[in-house]
Design a protein around this ligand. Sequence first.
Ligand code: TYD
Length: 210
Amino acid sequence: MNTPQMPGKLIVFEGTDGTGKTTQRDLLGRYLLAKGYPVIITKEPTDGPYGMKIRELYRHRSRFSREEELELFLADRRQHVKNLLLPSLMEGKIILCDRYYFSTAAYQGALGLDPEIILAQNDFAPEPHLVLLFQASLDIGLKRITAGRGETLNNFEQREFLEKVATIFSAIKRPFIRNIDASGTMEDIHRQVVGCVSDLLQPLRTASPD
Ligand code: TYD
C-alpha cells in the first residue's frame, strides 16, 4: 500500500538474527527524540494475541505447518497496521519498526514458500519510507546470539536456515532499501543509520523548526 498522503514516516529495521537491529532501533529512537521528533518504537511479531501465538512457534514449531505460520505473521501484521501503524502515520509520527514484511518474505520464504507471493500478500501493509537492511556474516550474528545474550539458538536461528534467509533478504530489490554494514562497532553502525535517516527527515525538520 502506498502512503504518500500521510504525514508520518515508517522506518523499518530488517536483517537476520543477531545483526544488532534492536539495539540500533533504540539508539536511533533516543537520538531522534533528543532532536524533538515524535517517535514511536515498535516491533513484529507484536505483543498482541497473534504475536504471543507466534512465540509458541519457538518452542513447538513442528505443530504448525508453514502455511499456518505464514497466516499467523500476516494476522499479527494486519492488527499492527490497523491499530498502530496507520494511525501513527496519520498523526505524523516517525515509526521505528523492528522487522516487517521483508522478514516474512525471507523467513517464511526460507521454509519453501515463494517470497514474491508473500510480498504480494502484504499489499494491505503500508510501504515503508526506508528499510535498513542489516548485514553481517552469519558467524558474527550467531556469536552475538549465543555469547552476547547467553541464549541457545532457537529453531528460527539454525545456521543453514539463516543462510537461506540472508540470501532472500539480499535478493529483494526496492528503491527504499539501504544496506547497513553491521559488522563494525555500535558507534560505527549508528553513524551509518543516522546518515540514511537524515536524508529522509531533512524536509520534515525544515517544515517544523525547533
Ligand atoms: P525477533 O526480532 O528475533 O524477536 P525477539 O528477539 O523479540 O524474539 O523476531 C522473532 C523471529 O521471528 C525472528 O527469528 C524472525 C521471525 N519472523 C518471521 O519468521 N517472520 C516474520 O514475518 C517476522 C516479522 C519475524
